[in-house]
Structure formats: C-alpha cells, structure tokens
Design a binder for this molecule. Structure first.
Ligand code: F6P
Length: 314
C-alpha cells in the first residue's frame, strides 16, 4: 500500500475534490476495527504504523483532516513520529486557523442551492428549508445563508425559538413576501432542546450522525402557519465535486507550508491561516478545542443588521 508519488502522479488533481490517497475520515489507528475469528474487534494498531514508517524510510508524516485527524497526529507525535497537520474539513471547525480547506467549496454549493430554492419558494409561495452540514458548528449555514439571501439562519451556536421563526414567516407574508428561505445547520437545536440525530454508528469514533432537523422544522412551520413548507437536505453534495479557486489556492499554500515545516525541522505543528498569512500552530493547541461561531461574530451582527432572523429574537 506504499506508493511513491512523483510529479506525474499528482498532475491534474487541482480540480478534483476528495482524496487520491484512499484515506478514511473515521478510522482511528489507536482504536482500529479488525476482524478476528469472524468477529469485529478493536485493536491499537499504532505499532504497525511505526513499523511501516521505519521499514519504508519515512521520516515525517503529513496528516490532512479535521479534529479527529489532528487528535491522531498528537498521539503519533507522543510515540516519536514527526508530524505536520493540515486543516481540511468543510466544517471550518478547527481553532487557530481562519479557514480549513473544503469550507469555501461547501459554502459555494450551499449558496448555489439557496439560489435555486428561491425559484420555487417565490413562485409557489412556500417556506423552503435547506439543511446543511457542519456538525456542531454553524459556519456553513451562516456563510451560505448570508451569500444566498436567507431570511432565517439557524446555527447550533444560537438555539432557536420556533415562535420567533413563525413570527418572521408571518411578518414577511404581511409585508407581501409570500415565501421564506430558511437555512439550518444539521446541528441546530431549539432552546433547551437536543440536536437531531439521524443515526448512531456504534463502531465509529464519531458515533453520532446528525440530520433531520430541516424536516422537523418544515412540519412545525407548516402546521403553525398553514404555509406549505418543504425541506431539502443538501447532504454529501456539499462535500463533493470541483473545489473553488479559493480552496485550491489555500490547499496549495498549506501544502507548501507543510513541506517547509518539514524542511525546517518544525514538527508537532498544524499549518494555519491567520490574517490571510500562512503560519503554523502547535497541534496540541488545536485538539479537543472546537471552533464555533462566536456570539459576537461580525457576520452574525451584519446579518441581524440586514434583518435576517437567527431564531432567537425578532
Ligand atoms: O465533518 C465533515 C462532515 O461532512 C460533517 O459536516 C457531517 O456531519 C459529517 O461529516 C458527515 O459524515 P458522514 O459522511 O460520515 O455521514
């Protein structure tokens, strides 16, 4: 499974999403699912990693991914592996970096979807709800909602009150706007309520898969307003396809910076974007510290100033 990547092997991958490496976003080598005597059991496979690195003469590892990946990087570093991290997730939920690559592409797809949902919303006088990913962070919803002209943006960081949302929809009708566009993060929840879980995957380090909040909201809003309310779940469409120019450039800058870290002998660090400059931060400062939309986020403030409802106040 070891392949030497030469120039020709990586030529032409800029416009491709996903990974050419065949990696996983769920497995944990310290708790790895293997089959023994016809049964699935979990084993710490880190020794195998150390052996493979040694036998292949690999001196440093670049780990590309989100918080789970960086948690693994930190554990490998403790075992003496020279690691460099690169923040890549559509969720943008890694601290100490302004952007993870993948986020901009996901936001592009979500705002594209909102543009298209506007058509039916307006012509059929409906409430159209778009449920987007992002796990426990509302970045995708917030950015797509602002770019796509949503009337209501619901994010996990701001628990919502259904009465406020219903008032917003009715108020729009009274002002002659017979439709509303709502973008909701999969992790959004009502005040005092829980997030909506779609499924539990027992043998995964990340057991919870969120999903279903959009449909719930559609039912509630339709019952209370008598306006037909429909939900579209964007799902993995926002995680695939051609990356945006911004993401391509960011990924390239991160790649260069990761190699430079290795050349300088700087390990245990994650490359990061701060004030549009590429820098690096200790992986230990990143792991286990989620990066959520802060309550004083400028974009939330701008949204409120534009009259966008965040579900908490009129
Ligand atoms: O972390 C990236 C992400 O796309 C989340 O936004 C989403 O909750 C999750 O992964 C979905 O994972 P899966 O494809 O395994 O269901």
């Amino acid at each position: 499974m070891v392949v030497t990547l030469r120039d020709r092997d990586v030529a032409g991958i800029l416009p491709r999403g996903g990974t050419i490496l065949g990696t996983t976003n769920r497995d944990n080598p310290f708790h790895y699912r293997v089959e023994e005597n016809g049964k699935h059991v979990f084993r710490n496979m880190s020794d195998r990693i150390l052996e493979n690195l040694k036998s292949n003469g690999i001196q440093a590892l670049v780990l590309i991914g989100g918080d789970g990946t960086h948690a693994v990087a930190l554990e490998l570093e403790k075992l003496g592996v020279k690691v460099v991290g690169v923040p890549k997730t559509i969720d943008n939920d890694i601290p100490l970096t302004e952007r993870t690559f993948g986020f901009d592409s996901a936001v592009g797809v979500a705002s594209w979807a909102l543009d298209r949902l506007h058509t039916t919303a307006e012509s059929h006088h409906r409430v159209m709800i778009l449920e987007v990913m992002g796990r426990y962070a509302g970045w995708i919803s917030l950015h797509a909602g602002m770019a796509g002209g949503a009337d209501v943006i619901l994010i996990p960081e701001i628990p919502y009150d259904i009465d406020v949302i219903v008032r917003k929809v009715r108020d729009r009708v009274e002002r002659g706007k017979r439709f509303s566009i709502i973008v909701v993060s999969e992790g959004a929840a009502p005040i005092g309520g829980a997030m909506t879980v779609k499924r539990i995957v027992e043998d995964s380090p990340e057991k919870i898969r969120l999903g279903g909040i959009g449909e719930k909201l559609a039912n509630e809003i339709e019952q209370r307003t008598e306006i037909e309310s429909r939900c579209t779940v964007l799902g993995h469409l926002q995680r695939g396809g051609t990356p945006t120019a911004f993401d391509r450039i960011l990924a390239t800058r991160y790649g260069v910076a990761a190699v430079e870290c290795i050349c300088r002998g700087e390990f245990g660090r994650m490359v990061a974007l701060q004030k549009n400059e590429i820098t690096s931060v200790p992986i230990a400062d990143v792991v286990g510290k989620p990066h959520n939309v802060p309550s004083d986020d400028q974009l939330v403030k701008a949204g409120r100033a534009m009259g966008i409802c965040f579900g908490d106040e009129d």
